[in-house]
Design a protein around this ligand. Structure first.
Ligand code: PAF
Length: 283
C-alpha cells in the first residue's frame, strides 16, 4: 500500500493502473475510519481492481462554530486499517494541496442542498460538492463509494456527478450500525458513556416508523408521530422529516413514492444524523 500526499504523484500511480486496464475505486473519507468506511472499502475491493481511500478533513464543509478543530483524527490507525483491508493507495493531501493559494472556485448545489442539514449548516454542501468534485478530478476513479447514512450528501453528489458529466459511477451502500442500532459515525466518539446509551433512541425512533410503514401506514404525519414519540429523550431535535428520496422535498401524504425519514438530533452536545428509507414500487 502506498500513502500519497500530492496530486501529481497520485495521478502518476493511478494513470499507470488505468493504462493497465484496471478499474479504480475511490472511497472518500475524512479519516478516523470505522466499520462503515470499511464496508465501502470492501465494496470497492469487490467491484474494482485498485482501491484509493482519500483521507482529508475538508475545512470548507465545516461552519464557523462547528467541530473542524476537534474532528477526531488517527492517521496511523487509518493507515493500518487500510493496509489490512487491501487498499492500494491512501491519498492524504494537506490543505494547501487541495486548496492552493488563490483558490476561488466552488461547486454550488441547488435545491437538493437546501432542506434538512442544508437549513442548519449553511455552506456545508457547497464544501462537500466542491471537495468531492475535486477528489473525482484528482483521482479520476471509475467508481466512488458513499454511505447512505449521509442521505442528503449522497443525493447532492449523485446530482452533481450527473449535472457536471463527471465520468464516475456513484455507488451508495446501506448504513452500517452498531449492534444496538446506532449508525456508525466518527462523531460517535464525542459521546460520553451515558450519552452513548441514550443515542440509541435515534435509530429506535426511525425503526419504529419504518415498522409502521411496513405494516401499511402511508399517512406522513402518522409515520412522523411514531418516530417523534421515541425522540422525546433527545436533548435537541433539529429536524425530523419524511422526504421524497430523489427530490428531498417533503413527502406527500399518503406516501406514493419512495421516501426517507431523516433526523438530526443532539445527544448532549453531539449532533447526530440518521435516516431510514421507505421504499415504494412505482408502476
Ligand atoms: O462523508 C464524508 O466523510 C465527507 O463529507 C466527504 C464525502 C469525504 C467529503 O469531505
Amino acid at each position: 500500500m502506498k500513502t500519497i500526499t500530492s496530486v501529481a504523484a497520485l495521478r502518476q500511480v493511478v494513470s499507470l493502473a488505468r493504462t493497465a486496464g484496471k478499474r479504480v475505486g475511490l472511497v472518500p473519507t475524512m479519516g478516523y475510519l470505522h466499520d462503515g468506511h470499511m464496508a465501502l472499502v470492501e465494496a470497492s475491493r469487490k467491484q474494482c481492481d485498485v482501491t484509493v481511500v482519500s483521507i482529508f478533513v475538508n475545512p470548507t464543509q465545516f461552519g464557523a462554530n462547528e467541530d473542524l478543530n476537534t474532528y477526531p483524527r488517527d492517521f496511523p490507525s487509518d493507515e493500518r486499517l487500510c493496509r489490512d483491508a487491501g487498499v492500494a493507495i491512501v491519498f492524504a493531501p494537506d490543505n494547501k494541496e487541495v486548496y492552493p493559494e488563490g483558490f476561488d472556485t466552488c461547486v454550488e448545489s441547488g435545491e437538493l442542498a437546501k432542506p434538512l442539514c442544508g437549513g442548519f449548516r449553511p455552506g456545508h454542501f457547497r464544501g462537500v460538492a466542491t471537495v468531492v468534485c475535486k477528489l473525482f478530478n484528482m483521482v479520476q476513479p471509475d467508481a466512488a463509494f458513499f454511505g447512505q447514512k449521509d442521505f442528503q450528501q449522497c443525493a447532492v453528489v449523485r446530482r452533481m456527478t450527473r449535472d457536471l458529466n463527471l465520468p464516475v459511477e456513484v455507488v451508495t451502500l446501506p448504513t452500517v450500525r452498531e449492534p444496538d442500532g446506532l449508525a456508525m459515525s466518527s462523531r460517535n466518539r464525542y459521546l460520553s458513556e451515558q450519552d452513548r446509551r441514550r443515542a440509541v433512541t435515534i435509530s429506535r425512533a426511525l425503526f419504529a416508523a419504518q415498522d409502521e410503514f411496513r405494516s401499511g401506514t402511508r399517512d406522513v404525519q402518522k409515520l412522523i408521530a411514531v418516530a417523534e414519540l421515541h425522540l422525546q429523550t433527545v436533548d435537541r431535535l433539529q429536524y425530523l422529516e419524511l422526504v421524497d428520496s430523489e427530490t428531498l422535498k417533503p413527502a406527500e401524504s399518503p406516501l406514493r413514492r419512495s421516501s426517507a425519514l431523516c433526523v438530526a438530533a443532539y445527544i448532549g452536545s453531539t449532533r447526530l444524523i440518521d435516516n431510514v428509507t421507505m421504499e415504494l414500487i412505482v408502476s
